[in-house]
Design a protein around this ligand. Structure first.
Ligand SMILES: Nc1ncnc2c1ncn2[C@@H]1O[C@H](COP(=O)(O)OP(=O)(O)OP(=O)(O)O)[C@@H](O)[C@H]1O
Ligand SMILES: [Mg+2]
Length: 282
């Protein structure tokens, strides 16, 4: 197999707390090839965001390391762009200007015409050209999230990191954004790590689903290859036996192998996944 673009080796992370160190992650090993779409799934608090933050370079690991394209991660860098759950657009700039800011970071002496062309290209990609001159508070949550994605893509990162990018959106907007993300991925062949709590979202979008065990000392429990052909269509997949097999495997991991026993450890997000799971399996 070719050299992975991303290599997480024996990654460990402890946080200092008043009661001593809290071991969030232990021995996380993961290899990701260029162009792969990976979802990280696991119960709330297991350490998904910690993994993503370590890849982003926002935290440094207490053991092991992350290698991106042959270089060890020592801090944040333009080769890794992050999209958070709550879009973080600059409110005083228009949609156009928010994307332009990212384009200018990679422009390196390019002409104004090139910058304009790039901004327009990314706005078209997320179907937001019509709202280019609007400010963030004049557009919907789903639109803001799309602009956040455009901004991240405009940085032309080697790896796109997404922490529950669609978590705050309604189901219909979410479905539309998943479809546009699949189209963009087909066009640009980005390498993506996405955190999600939604089993269907993970199966629909991913080449591999990485399932994490519960913390403390969380690690990779199972990795599931999703061999469904692309382009994928959510309606057609609903009756696909391979799709059903994949979602059953993830549900089984989450609710049989890693289920929480004490109700006190359940938080809102977990209850949310549980209700999605029961609704779908009922
Ligand atoms: N700065 C910190 N100091 C101490 N503990 C931390 C810190 N950041 C995270 N943790 C702990 O590490 C564990 C993993 O947290 P993390 O945010 O990675 O979980 P998560 O899987 O992303 O959860 P969620 O699905 O709720 O977003 C949790 O127990 C959390 O309390
Ligand atoms: Mg998180």
């Amino acid at each position: 197999m070719s050299k992975p673009l991303l290599d997480l080796t024996q990654l460990g992370m402890s946080f200092p707390t008043p009661n001593g160190d809290f071991v969030a992650l232990k021995n996380v090993n993961l290899r990701i090839q260029e162009g792969e779409f990976i979802s990280l799934i696991g119960h709330s608090g297991c350490g998904k965001s910690t993994v993503l933050n370590l890849v982003a370079g926002l935290h440094l690991p207490t053991s092991g390391g992350v290698i991106v394209d042959g270089r060890e991660v020592a801090g944040p860098g333009p080769d890794r762009a992050v999209v958070f759950q709550n879009h973080s657009l600059l409110p005083w700039l228009t949609v156009y200007q928010n994307v332009e800011l990212a384009v200018k970071q990679v422009a390196k002496g390019q002409h104004k015409a090139w910058i304009r062309e790039q901004v327009n290209h990314y706005l078209e990609l997320i179907q937001m050209s019509h709202a280019a001159d609007k400010k963030p508070d004049e557009i919907s949550g789903g639109m803001k999230q799309r602009v956040g994605i455009a901004r991240a893509l405009a940085l032309q990162p080697k790896v796109l990191l997404m922490d529950e990018p669609f978590g705050a959106l309604d189901a219909l907007t979410r479905a539309r954004l998943q479809d546009s993300l699949m189209e963009i991925q087909a066009e640009l062949n980005n390498t993506v790590i996405m955190i999600t709590h939604d089993v269907d979202e993970a199966v629909l979008l991913s080449d591999k689903i990485v399932m994490m065990t519960n913390g403390p000392a969380a690690t990779v429990g199972e990795v599931l290859d999703i061999n469904l052909p692309r382009p994928r269509n959510r309606v057609a997949l609903a009756d696909n036996p391979e799709y059903q097999k994949c979602r059953q495997a993830v549900l089984r991991f989450l609710y049989e192998k890693q289920s929480h026993t004490e109700p006190s450890t359940k938080d809102k997000k977990e209850t949310q996944i549980a209700s999605i799971a029961t609704a779908k399996t009922a």
